[in-house]
Design a protein around this ligand. Sequence first.
Ligand SMILES: Cc1cc2nc3c(=O)[nH]c(=O)nc-3n(C[C@H](O)[C@H](O)[C@H](O)COP(=O)(O)OP(=O)(O)OC[C@H]3O[C@@H](n4cnc5c(N)ncnc54)[C@H](O)[C@@H]3O)c2cc1C
Length: 456
Amino acid sequence: MKYSKSIETVIRTDVLVIGGGSAGFGSAVASARNGAKTLLIEKGELMGGMATAGLVGPFMTCYDDEPKEQIVKGIFDELCLRTEARGGAIHPSKVNGMTTYSSYYVKSHCHVTPFLSEILAVVMEEMVLEAGAKILYNVQVCDVLTNEGTITGVVVAMKEGLAVIEAKTYIDCTGDADVAYYAGAACVKGDEKDGVMQPTSLFFEVGGIDREKFVGALEEKKAQGELGIPGENCWSWYIEEARKNGDWTLERNEVGNYEQPIEGRWKINTTRMAHIDATNTEDITKAIIDGRKQVLQVLNFLRKYVPGCEKIQLIQIATTLGVRETRHIVGQYKLTAQDIMERKHFDDAICTFAYAIDIHNSEGGGATFHQVNGYYTIPFRCLVPADIENLLVAGRCISGTSEAAASYRVIPCCIATGQAAGTAAALALKTGTKPGDVDKAQLRETLLSQGAVIKE
Ligand SMILES: Cc1cc2nc3c(=O)[nH]c(=O)nc-3n(C[C@H](O)[C@H](O)[C@H](O)COP(=O)(O)OP(=O)(O)OC[C@H]3O[C@@H](n4cnc5c(N)ncnc54)[C@H](O)[C@@H]3O)c2cc1C
């Protein structure tokens, strides 16, 4: 069907950040702090994306793999400290692996950051506004206007109807690379070989746990050496029995349970909806409906089988499907698992990270978990699409293989790539260059002077 209409509303800014998740938060704060007139648009009505609407948490580790040293700082660390000051987080330096905050996992689960989604959303909002950026909620990009490889505007759906937003530089923080894709940039969905994407999940939160009984049972298993490996063994000994009794039909064989920084509130990560393409509306709908059914089954399981959970109550189910992977842009450089494991040196490195390559199997219940070799860095070129001039990308959809994304997709790294993209966008405006052509030494110097960690 052909549809033609004049769009009356045109909004103008210098830097447009699309998506208010972790990456969009980092991008908007950095861009505005570095002097660019910045607008952040978000299709929902709160900051945080997966971390708030998706109830995902805690922030996975921001330390190296030993773990010895905190290697993600800058805007990420400010967020942790400010959220902690509001009673909404525990700083990662105070949190160990094999505890209730890390679901009794140890690999890549030392120095996680437990946080309350509601407080996080408020603190993120405050920091974006304080930096001088503007936020508009309820604004969804539904098309992109281009001219010879340059974006000339994005078409957005707002409460008032359609509008166009024109900017000098655009930062795609949609998680799904929507802007890059609508602009015609090359993207790869999931694994390059077979298109398989990691399964989706729906988080939920419970209260009313008898902590003494619950933690006592976990401590007993810990003493027997039966805990610690993500993807394998938390409460799995009851799941076997429940499966036999017809009380467990889920694919996963564990219940990830993360205590919150507020008494009596726990996040549960265990549902799994595989073979879902979360850029497809039918699939998203199917997954979220299935996810809600799985939540009720997990609740019944916990009440019936797990010590201390006899009287648990559902507090909330995430209102957004938990999406681990969809599109990856094809950027000027594609980060690989080999780069990560071999700790490849990049002259244009913009952040350091160390979370494991954590692949949730799309068949069956398990996960594959490869620890990294200390830490690795991400080059700026992964944020620059190969074929669009005035676009940068941050967050889980930057340029990398599916395996590499299985590490850098977690929240601290999304904030760090956001900080780099926002800083580069502002520097490009100051120096009159294309965002992908900013002076890399100047970009790195600016990032370092603003608290980021870039290890050699
Ligand atoms: C089930 C699950 C468990 C996870 N567990 C952890 C964990 O324990 N710890 C951890 O650190 N990480 C975890 N992760 C990974 C992490 O949560 C995400 O990868 C990360 O939050 C992605 O951040 P982002 O900013 O790239 O994307 P998102 O958080 O998805 O943000 C994208 C934002 O863009 C908005 N948006 C999308 N499209 C448009 C559009 N067209 N127009 C306007 N706005 C748009 C969305 O509404 C959203 O707010 C998990 C992920 C999942 C799915």
